[in-house]
Every structure is written in C-alpha cells, then in structure tokens.
Ligand binder design. Sequence first.
Ligand code: ADP
Ligand code: ASP
Ligand code: MG
Length: 438
Amino acid sequence: MQVYKFGGTSVGSPDRMKQVASIITSTDDPKVVVLSAVSGTTNELVALCQEVDTEDPGAEDRLDALHEHYRTFVNKLYQSAKLLNKAHEFVNNKFDYLRTLGQKKFTIQDEKEVLAQGELISTQLFTWVLEDQKIEAVLLPALEFMRIDKSNEPDEYYIKSMLEKIFEDFPSQRLFITQGYICRNAFGEIDNLKRGGSDYTATLVGQAVGASEIQIWTDITGMHNNDPRIVDKTYPVEALSYEEAAELAYFGAKILHPSCVLPALKAHIPIRLKNTMEPEAAGTLISHQESKSKITAVAAKDGITAIKIRSGRMLNAYGFLKKIFEIFERFETPIDMITTSEVAVSLTIDDNANLSRILSELRHYGQVDVDQNQTIICIVGDFGGSKAGTAIQIFKALQHIPIRMISYGGSDYNVSILIQAEHKAQALRDLNQVLFHL
Ligand code: ADP
Ligand code: ASP
Ligand code: MG
C-alpha cells in the first residue's frame, strides 16, 4: 500500500484534479489518496467564520463568490451529465448549510465544522471525477477513522484499528480516497489537525496501514535549501534524514506540516516530496539516509516569544530549571529553544495562549523579561561534535544581524538562532549567499 497526498494547488483547478487522477493511476500499487481542500478554500472558510462570528455583513458576499467559484469549477469537471448534476446538487447543499450559519449563535464547534467542508467537498468531487473516468475507487470518510485524543495528539491505536476494520469491508479494492486535515476529537466532535494538516493525515495513515511509501504532492519540486517565498535562488534538496526534515518542518518550512515527519519515522516509511506540475522530477526523499552535506537547508519560524528569567537563586543551585519547566508543563506550553548562563535562563515558546499566567508564576523565581515578535532561524546540516568550521560560516553570514539566542549542540544536525522578526528576510538571504553561494 502507498499513500499519496495532494495539496490544495494540486487539486486547485478542474484540470489539476484530472491530472491527479492520471498520476494515481500511473502505477498499479494499491493506494490511499489523501486530498486537501481546493486551494484558497480553507482560507476563505477561516475568513467566513471570522465574519459570521462578528456579524460582519461581508460574509454573504464571500459565500456567494466562493459558491460561484465552485459552480464554475464543477462545470468543467465531468463528461457525464448525471455526475455533473449530482455534483452541483452536492455543492449547493454545502452552501445551503453555510448560509444557515448566521441564524444562531456561532460556536467554536460550528467553526470546526465549517473548516471541515473544504476537504469534504474536494474528496467527493474528485471521487466522481474517477467515476467519470470509470476508475474504481472508494471514498473513505476520515471522520470515521482519524481521531485525536484529549491532548490533541493523534490516537494512533484508534486510527490503525478503525482503518483495519474499514479495509476488511473492501478486500479487493485498490484505490481509496480520503480527506486530509479533518478528524474527530476525544469527544467525537469534528476537529482538525491544524493548518496544513493534510500532510499529517497522510503520514498517520501511512503509519497505520504500514505503507511502503508516502508521497506528498505539492506545487514545488521537493524541500528547497531555503524559503522560496523569501529568497530568490533556492534549489531542491535530493535527500533528507527524518530528523533533518522534522527540524525543517517544525521550524517553518511550510511544505510540510510541523509534526508530519514523526509517524513516518516511527514506522520507517520513506516520504517522497513531489511536484504535481512536474511529476517526472525526483523531488526530495526523506528516509533514514542523511543528506551528507555540511549544511543542507535553512528555515524560519515566526511568532516566537523569548522569555528570560534572571535570578541569583540559580547560582550554584540545582533544581532551578526543574521548577521553571514545571510551570510550562502545567500550562501545556512547549518550549522550543533554551540557553542558560549561571544567573539567567532564556527560552522561547510559540504559543502565547497562557503567556500572562506563565509570566506571573515565573516572577516568583526572579526578574522576567519578555521579547515578542521573534523568529527562529533553523539551520540544518551535519554539525556533529567532530566537525569544525560550520559555525563560523553561520556567524559570518549573520554578522550584521543582532542575535538574541543561539542553540548549538542540542542535536548533531541543527543550529537554531533567535532574531527579531524584522531581520528575518535579510538573515535568510545572507545565509543563502554565504552558506550556499547563491
Ligand atoms: P500544499 O497546499 O500542497 O500543502 P503548501 O503551500 O502547504 O502546499 O506547501 C508548499 C509551499 O511551501 C511551496 O509553494 C513554498 O512556497 C513553501 N515553502 C516554504 N519553505 C519551503 C521549502 N524549504 N521548500 C519548499 N517549499 C517551501
Ligand atoms: N486545507 C487545510 C489547510 O489549508 C489542510 C491542508 O491543506 O493541508 O490548512
Ligand atoms: Mg500544505
């Protein structure tokens, strides 16, 4: 079994959807195909929720425009008049539902149900594209097997056992289609795996079915050495280890959901990043094999808050860090970077939901300073303890940029540097020039 995931742009037009049909049928391997919403849809649904919540009259126009977009989309999708009618009726029903939203108090649960509509629409339309082409496939509702637990972590046992049970009903079926991103939570309510979550669905499904390979098809040829949205000259990296890919994904390489590498790593399944617009290009292979280059790639993660706790109580003491960490644990806030000195500790978080409560507890232990709007620049490469000379290149590249924190030696393949967000673009460009000579 293989898992193929296609992102929003890959199903973003009627032609692209038809091309996806040809890609998934170009080899005989049995497949689970995970689809995102048609590009732009989730953003529109997010904006719609905001408008409905604030009773902004703009919601009506937004819905009309999106509905019209889907009408035109569907018109170019099918040969069969029967399927065309069915698809129009299906889309109309979805928009009828969306139009009812303003009629009662809008809840967080309503929002999650609205956000699920993009993938519910794309997978149904695509399954009918396959039917139109006489390609046999089964649409598997992700809401029947994809589940997160009370800590919002995937319930791996449930996902695996439900998928096994579902597959038993289709012993000779070779092609399954399902929704990325959407799931149910521990209370059985509709939920999601956070923005970009279809990648995560793909690797979780891959892990659950013991796939031989997971292919993530998108609008660019593989993981690039730097952020192509910010830096002009970038190139695809041929191979990455799971650890390298996980660091890049977690620290801002948007091509992959921050958590999606882990299930593939745990199940030893290679991930291939492929370009729907250039299917023959090799892309990037993520596996146990390291990239072997001294410096492989750079990524940046925004929205970081740095917290410094200064305290005389740290001097020659043990147990101080434990007390600090316990505060973050209690407020379920992960720490990304940490550096310490004899009298102070600095750390970063990317989730400010409990910031004020965390700060007031930290103040019991010393003087606390906070810097918001920071960016972590993550440099991935071979930084093993026996290697010399790479740090100097990084600092040479960043010589004009004020550095707030440095984390080196936490792993053999990552150096993280904290800077103010306003310096991010310059830092990425400078690193590109000095580290990759571009
Ligand atoms: P999809 O909708 O297929 O999931 P995404 O937009 O989520 O696609 O991810 C692909 C995009 O990620 C690319 O178009 C590119 O702009 C962006 N990106 C950011 N960093 C990188 C990187 N290091 N390598 C490749 N793409 C990246
Ligand atoms: N449609 C969702 C989003 O835009 C999930 C995804 O595309 O991966 O975030
Ligand atoms: Mg994505």
